[in-house]
Every structure is written in C-alpha cells, then in structure tokens.
Design a protein around this ligand. Structure first.
Ligand code: CTP
Length: 400
C-alpha cells in the first residue's frame, strides 16, 4: 500500500506561513502531500516553498498539465483534504460549490474526509454569512475546526486565530486513522474535565495529585476530530491547547465544580476525567506558613470537597445526557469499579489500575469501561487515544 494521499489547500491569509509546519508534519509522518494554494495564498508564501516542502510541483489553477486532468484527479485520489488556513472567502466558495481554481475544483471532486481550519478576523468569523457557510459545510459532513482565541494580525486579539499547526496535524492524523468520511459527533456538545485539582494551603503550597491530564486531553482531541463541540475544563495540566476546543482553566475542586455546572446545561455528554481532590484544607493562610523554632507544626485540618460526578449524575433534567466517570483504583479494581459506578450514578465508568509507575503521566493506559446497563468493555494496554476512541464509540452508540 502506498502512502496516504493528502491534499493541503492553502487560502490567502497571513496564517498561510503556519501551513508550512503542517506540511512538514504530514510529509515527515509518511504522507504524500499535494499542496493546492489559491492565487492569493501565494502572496504570503511562494510556490517554491510549497513545492520544495511537498516534493511535488505546485499550481493554483487547472490549466497546468491539462492532459493529467488535475482538477479532477487530485481530489478523486485523495485520502484527506485539509484546508489551512481557510479564509472566509474559501468557506463561502466551498459552501456554494464554486470552482474557479484548482483547490475549489478539488473540493468538489474529493469523496474523502475534508477538514477546514478557518482563520480570519473575529468580525469575519462571527458574521452570519460565514456562520451559515460553516453550518452548511458541517451539515454536509466536512469537519470545520473552530478557530482559536488569541493574537490576530496586527494588534487585535479575539477568536479567529489558526490553531497550532501541530494540533491541526493531530486532527488530520485522527481523521485519517478513523477512515470514515463523516464525523459522528457533529452537533453534539461534550464537556471534558482533565488534570488534577490543587487545593491551596497558602500562596506557595497546595495539596495536589499526580494526574497529568493526558487522558482528558486525548478525549478532547478525539471528540473534536469526530466533529463535537468540545468544552475542555482543565486543571493544572500545562499541556498545549488542542485545536477546535474551548478551554476553561480552573485550579481547585470548587472552581472545577462551578465550571462543570456552567457548561453542563446544554451538554450532551459530560466526561469527568479530572482527578478531583476529595478534601481541601479548612483554612487558607493568606501569608506563607512559617516554621517556628522549637514548635511542632500546626496540623492541617481537611474538609470534604463536593463530589462533582455524583452531583451531575443525579441531575437528570436534560434527558439523554450521558455522564462518564473515571475510577483510579489500586486494588480489587473491577469490584471497586462496579461499586463506584452505582454510588456515583453515572452511565459509564472507565476503571483503570493506578500505581507509582502505572498510568500517571504515561502515554498509555489499560482499562475496562463499565456501563450502568451491565456492559463491560475491556480496552487493552495501548495509547490513551485508543481508550478515548472506545469511550466515544460507546457514547455515540448510546446517544443514538
Ligand atoms: N470525582 C468528582 N468529585 C470528587 C471526586 C471525584 O467528580 N470530589 C470524580 C472524578 O473526576 C472521577 C470519579 O469521580 O470521574 C472517581 O474518582 P475517584 O478519585 O476514583 O473516586 P472517589 O470518589 O474519590 O472515590 P475513592 O477516593 O473513595 O476511591
């Protein structure tokens, strides 16, 4: 089998330079990439760059090499088309089926998954014309990644930034690996919590845990690659922002609870992958706690934190909403997992065994997903991403 064929469409925005990094990632990971820039994209990055990095000739229009019928062939042969950056104009053309250059022709002939990574000024992104075009493209099965919030061209900041090319690459990799043309979580809002809460004792110290947040991030990335609108509530991870995901940053269990309760009302799924501290210090010292010569340290008195998973599971006001919990266990993993599933009242519980060298901070995981319906789905030792895909498979089949 040859290398997977990817078409990288580049339209005319300043973020075109970031597509060079995406192209590099794609070629270095074994993809055969044809770049199809628009005429205006070449104002930002020239054909020589695209050609050198892809190892293929580059053209913007359909009149080069006509005997090979490129306007049809490139799209037909592609395993994935990704347009990054996609300007407002490109989204409009794609939504209306215009075909006046090589890229727009390719979009009409491609039958493979198509990913758009829009980048533009906030006003252009928010304009009803653009939003309707995005909705049209999504309805037809394209994956349109929401732009990131941050610095735009010039001094502006807002929503409209092209996500980090490394993260766009991650989406492309997952879409190619799934091998299905239509994303299956389109129109769904999923809320994922990730990381570990920190309960402060004073301005410099806290009680924390070993959770890295990688499993929660893998869940957020895979859900975005499957078309969901994703709210990622992250506690103290320091991990790079996944593409197309809204991020809410929290520190403590109480803040995490607030963020989950705020995002949950219109969520179809809530996944509690965060390691939430069960207790917090009763008192917070506003100044650094000092040792006193000749005196024993003051004991730390702890109070219970709210159980967010149990609280959200007991609220069944939104019919059909699925709640997924995680259980980290060191002994009697399955029996404890079953008991926890009942106690918490969630729909699915991902149970994994943890220990000093197991799971925390690693790229791999092994788990069993228990269902409130009695189902038991073992997930063999493998990348956290594979476990994430299984969780979404189980969720998707239950959402109907
Ligand atoms: N959880 C939560 N709120 C808490 C504690 C845990 O929402 N205060 C959630 C976690 O996000 C996870 C699940 O509950 O999805 C189970 O977490 P775990 O630490 O394994 O369970 P605990 O309830 O803390 O039970 P125990 O420590 O007794 O095993």
């Amino acid at each position: 089998m040859g290398k997977p064929k990817v078409v990288l469409g580049v339209s005319g925005g300043i973020a075109a330079y970031k597509a060079c990094e995406l192209l590099r990632r794609l070629t270095e990971s074994g993809h055969d990439v044809r770049v199809a820039p628009t005429e205006s994209a070449l104002h930002f990055v020239g054909a020589a760059t695209w050609s050198a990095l892809s190892g293929h000739p580059v053209s913007t229009e359909v009149w080069d090499g006509v005997h090979e019928v490129p306007h049809v062939r490139i799209g037909q042969e592609a395993d994935l088309v990704v347009v990054a950056p996609a300007t407002a104009d490109m989204l409009a053309k794609a939504a209306h089926g215009l075909a006046d250059d090589l890229l727009t022709n390719t979009l009409l002939t491609a039958r493979c998954p198509v990913v758009f990574a829009p980048a533009m000024h906030t006003e252009m992104w928010e304009h009803p014309a653009t939003q309707e075009n995005v909705a049209t493209l999504r309805r037809r099965g394209a994956l349109v990644i929401d732009p990131a919030v941050g610095r735009l061209t010039g001094v502006d900041t807002g929503k409209g930034r092209l996500p980090d090319p490394v993260e766009i690459f991650e989406i492309c990799r997952r879409v190619l690996a799934r091998g299905v043309t239509q994303p299956d979580l389109v129109g769904r809002h999923v809320v994922v919590s990730a990381g570990g809460t920190r309960e402060p004792l004073d301005p410099v110290r806290f009680l924390g845990n070993r959770s890295s947040g990688k499993q929660g991030y893998a869940l957020a990335r895979t859900a975005a690659a499957r078309g969901a609108r994703v709210t990622l509530i992250e506690a103290n991870t320091g991990l790079p922002d996944p593409a197309g995901v809204d991020i809410v940053r929290v520190g403590t269990a109480v803040q995490l609870r607030e963020a989950v309760l705020k995002a949950a009302p219109d969520a179809d799924v809530v996944v509690m992958a965060a390691a939430v501290a069960d207790f917090r210090p009763e008192n917070y010292a506003t100044g650094k706690i000092k040792k006193k010569d000749g005196q024993d340290p003051e004991p730390i008195v702890l109070v219970r934190n709210p159980d967010i998973l149990a609280e959200i599971s007991s609220d069944r006001s939104r019919p059909g909403r699925l709640i997924v919990g995680f259980a980290a266990e060191t002994d009697d993993v399955l029996a404890n997992g079953r008991a926890k599933l009942r106690r918490k009242g969630c729909d699915l519980l991902v149970v994994n065994e943890v220990g000093e060298r197991k799971t925390f901070g690693s790229e791999e995981n092994e788990a069993v997903v228990l269902g409130a319906d009695g189902s038991e789905t073992p997930v063999p030792y493998g990348p956290k991403e594979a476990l994430a895909e299984t969780v979404w498979d189980l969720v998707a089949s239950r959402l109907g």
